[in-house]
Design a protein around this ligand. Structure first.
Ligand SMILES: [Zn+2]
Length: 128
């Protein structure tokens, strides 16, 4: 894949819902995507959030949703090929915390509650 880094953005009024991430431009490097992001942000006040996705691992993402508990985006990754340490199925908070599980069912059960396994989410909740 030549341009694996994709900017995605969220709009509160999007027809697919406020949690939908609209795919945007793709870039060859994360640096280029970040530079474009820095430029475009002030031009798009209607967008509530941006992120950069590394699509080289996109096929492994089986689920992705914003947690109602913490407001962070949590992914469930199919890691049965063993690319990452931690378990066959991984829940990954947008903070970067990873929690491993033996089954997809278990990972999906813990995906909506990163406050139970992500230290940064726990700290954020303690402050709130
Ligand atoms: Zn977190």
């Amino acid at each position: 894949m030549k341009s694996p880094f994709q900017i995605q953005f969220q709009m509160p009024d999007h027809p697919k819902g406020p949690d939908y991430w609209q795919p945007g431009r793709v870039f060859k490097t994360r640096e280029a995507a970040e530079a474009a992001l820095a430029k475009s942000q002030p031009l798009c006040p209607e967008m509530s959030a941006f992120r950069i996705i590394d699509r080289r691992g996109a096929s492994r993402i089986v689920s992705e949703a914003k947690s109602r508990q913490t407001g962070t985006v949590v992914q469930v990754i199919d890691n049965r090929d063993g690319q990452d340490d931690g378990g066959d199925w991984l829940a990954i908070c947008e903070h970067g915390s990873i929690c491993g599980f033996d089954t997809k069912t278990a990972a999906m059960r813990f995906r909506p509650v990163p406050g139970e396994w992500c230290e940064e989410c726990q700290q954020a909740e303690a402050v709130a």
